[in-house]
Design a protein around this ligand. Structure first.
Ligand SMILES: C[S@@+](CC[C@H](N)C(=O)[O-])C[C@H]1O[C@@H](n2cnc3c(N)ncnc32)[C@H](O)[C@@H]1O
Length: 726
């Protein structure tokens, strides 16, 4: 039986490309830690094992760096600054953030330098598991910090005013390091860290894998949490109780510690320029600062409730009856579970608290309805995607609608409580439905259409290669992967004022032909669009070439959410985006216009429609055959772009045609780029370019509620009303 379990574990990790010989010691460690409870390891498709593997690899990398730093001729001071945190940690465990020693010393600069030094050693560019690395890279500063915070909790700093303890409470080894710099250095740093607390609780990123397998009765962390709990509810319950030992809720605890440290640490180091602020003032500041993001949290939310909830659920869920051998059993009583449910409710979507728990504990997470997404793209983890309902059944959340098909997870959230889950199959790439004519072959790519003699990154070569000729001999992208402003401005201006630029008129318009084959009306005109041409397979450059942006897929953090207006679901960003950033492309079934027309004819009166015509180059072609006049329809199958709503005129996204695998312009990719800086949680919109008077358009005209000052629908309505009145 054990053999079979070992075999299955390797099978799961092999599927991710992890070598058995590296997984084996991690598995052994984990078995020890979990006291041979295989079900904990097997839960969530071996999540604990996979997380532990990556943690151990990270540790190894850090140790490797340490060694090479020691070898390199780096002056002592500089090397300390580079990787202080790692030098500190002589006894960290290889498992998920369970290190038990060390005080946090990693300032922002030092962690930056650390990562830079890693980059220098080519560590970041390893390609074993790019998706995961991508996520981890983003998370690194927080992860390492969290791991260190975990260490704090058992050995570290306890603030005198709260705990009435000496400034530095010694754990097993903190004595050895008296000269460790303090955590907070400046008001700015305090602010940053305070922000991070909130980010932690509002963050939708992958939860940490931090696990605290060691049951330490009445540890420093317990005292801190106990103290905070007593601050919150006045009871002081559990503060020093040796049966209350820390379980897996490292995040909750470290968040609480963080608060405490934030409010007190400066006094610990006696800085003169810092006066401990009033606790309520801090809460008020945070409330004011963060509650304006009303789409994320319910109106009842307050930072204080969040802290209270965290304290309560932490204490309840973390209550472990420790027997002498250190085995743990988690008090999984209904009230604790209910409290976590409440926490979830009050903070809207706090996945961290929700998922970062014991692997054997099922919180009140009812999968009451079967998921309607198809399973065809379940590439990484079958359980990555789950639907969560709150107790009233209103709040819904799917952790990853892409089911692992994209580089990043994309969650879906309904915090209003009246949205039906969208029915469609997620697919990351376009696919032909039936009749579309698209021939992708290397033979069709002429030498002038590619850069076979290039190597590495085309953007760094002194002369632009053949692939830049489409954009006037200049690449459309900057070294940072953003659209060049000039190019972007040109595209936006064409979109805003099509009359000024040019429309082309087909001799025999496929769109009109699809509506009435026998007597097609005259072409209404198609806007001539600027194209981007990306390097592709016949090019000599590598996949990291700066002229390959769209083909590398989505990299920003996105979320599908239920809009409060009448628009249905919408898409928003969970991070700030700069101007010219690639967001996603429009993916759907590739249909001929005829097929689309027939589809629309046969469909019922669906509220939302999802087709996009690929007509950017229709005018310049000879007469297009029916099978060459294409469109993308994301009604049944598509990607996240199908959720992007329309906004008249001043949308924050623009759709730009991108040629990748074929020079035939009747098929291309339609990529969305930001037209300006976009803040986290802003809805992403694009101007569908529809005429609200045109009831024959493939995207059926709808009652636009985009809210833009230049809303064309409102203008159309006003015009119609005044004509009617007259
Ligand atoms: C591509 S879908 C966008 C996602 C859609 N909201 C959903 O729930 O799946 C286009 C449809 O969304 C709705 N929609 C998009 N923008 C809108 C707007 N500004 N006002 C009203 N409805 C809008 C219309 O029903 C339209 O047919």
């Amino acid at each position: 039986m054990t053999k079979e379990r070992v075999y299955n574990a390797f099978k799961a990790t092999r599927a991710l490309g992890l070598p058995d010989e590296e997984v084996k010691p991690v598995l052994k460690d984990l078995l020890k830690v979990f006291d041979k409870k295989w079900e904990l390891i097997e839960a969530e498709d071996y999540r604990a094992l996979i997380d532990a593997y990556f943690e151990s690899r990270e540790t190894k990398v850090i140790e490797g760096e340490k060694k090479s730093l020691a070898k390199d001729d780096v002056p002592e001071k500089a090397s300390k600054r580079l990787c202080f945190e790692e030098q500190e940690d002589q006894s960290s465990s290889t498992l998920g953030g369970t290190s038990v020693t060390g005080l946090e010393v990693g300032t922002r600069e030092s962690s930056q330098l650390c990562s830079e030094s890693r980059k220098d050693r080519g560590i970041e560019s390893s390609s074993l598991f790019p998706n995961r690395q991508l996520n981890q890279k983003k998370k690194d500063p927080i992860r390492s910090e969290r791991a260190v915070r975990g260490r704090n909790s058992t050995s570290g700093m306890v603030c005198p005013q709260y705990s009435k303890q000496p400034i530095v409470e010694c754990g097993s080894s903190s004595h050895q390091r008296k000269n460790v710099p303090s955590i907070c250095h400046s008001r700015e740093h305090i602010k940053q860290r305070t922000e991070r607390i909130i980010n932690d609780s509002a963050d939708f990123a992958e939860p940490t894998s931090a696990i605290d397998p060691v049951c330490q009765a009445a540890s420093t962390r317990d005292k801190v949490v106990g103290y905070l709990a007593s601050q919150c509810d006045g009871s002081g319950s559990g503060s020093n109780d040796s049966t209350h030992c820390a379980s897996n809720f490292v995040i909750a605890s470290s968040t609480l510690e963080e608060v405490k440290i934030l409010l007190n640490c400066d006094s610990a180091v006696g800085r003169a320029n810092f006066k401990i602020p009033d606790f309520n003032a801090v809460l008020k500041f945070l409330d004011e600062k963060y509650l304006r993001i009303d789409k994320l949290v319910s109106p009842q939310f307050s930072v204080m409730t969040l802290l209270k909830d965290l304290c309560e659920s932490y204490l309840e869920l973390g209550t472990v009856s420790c027997n002498r051998s250190g085995n743990r059993s988690i008090a999984n009583n209904s009230s604790s579970v209910r409290k976590v449910g409440n926490t979830l409710n009050s903070i809207g979507s706090n996945r961290r608290v929700f998922i970062t728990g014991n692997h054997n504990m099922v919180l009140k997470e009812k999968i009451t309805k079967p998921l309607r997404f198809s399973d065809s793209h379940n590439l990484v983890n079958k359980q990555q995607q789950r639907t969560t309902y709150d107790e009233k059944g209103s709040f819904k959340r799917i952790s990853d609608i892409t089911k692992g098909a994209e580089n990043v997870k994309i969650s879906l959230i309904d915090d209003i409580g009246n949205g039906d889950l969208p029915k469609f199959t997620y697919m990351p790439h376009n696919i032909i439905y039936q009749n579309a004519y698209m021939q992708i072959s290397l033979a069709r790519i002429a030498d002038v259409d590619c850069c076979s003699s290039c190597s590495g990154d085309c953007l760094s070569s002194p002369l632009p290669c053949a692939c830049a000729s489409e954009t006037g001999g200049e690449f459309a992208y900057t070294q940072k992967g953003l659209l060049k402003q000039k190019f972007l401005r040109g595209c936006v201006s064409m979109k805003l004022d099509p009359q000024k630029h040019h429309y082309v008129f087909c001799q025999d318009c496929p769109l009109e032909r699809s509506k009435n084959e026998d007597m097609p009306e005259q072409c209404k005109g198609h806007l001539v669009r600027k194209f981007i041409k990306e390097c592709w397979r016949k090019c000599g450059c590598d996949m990291n070439c700066g002229n390959r942006v769209v083909q590398r897929g989505i990299t920003c953090r996105l979320q599908v959410f239920l809009t409060r207006e009448c628009k249905g679901w919408g898409l928003r960003t969970l991070e700030n985006l700069p101007e010219g950033a690639f967001v996603c492309e429009y993916v759907g079934e590739i249909l001929t216009n005829m097929e689309l027309y027939e589809r629309n004819e046969n469909s019922g009166n669906e509220r939302h429609t999802y087709p996009v015509t690929l007509d950017a180059d229709w005018g310049s072609e000879r007469i297009l055959r029916d099978e060459e006049a294409l469109c993308l329809d994301a009604t049944f199958s598509g990607n996240v772009a199908r959720f992007i709503n329309h906004r008249c005129g001043d949308a924050n996204l623009i759709d730009i045609p991108v040629e990748v695998e074929t020079p035939d312009r009747h098929y291309y990719h339609l990529a969305f780029f930001t037209t300006r800086e976009v803040s986290a949680l802003e809805e992403l919109t694009w101007d569908y370019g529809i005429d609200f008077d045109d009831h024959d358009h493939p995207i059926k005209a709808f009652q636009c509620c985009c809210g833009s000052e230049s809303c064309r629908h409102v203008k159309t309505k006003r015009r119609t009303n005044s004509i009617t009145r007259r």
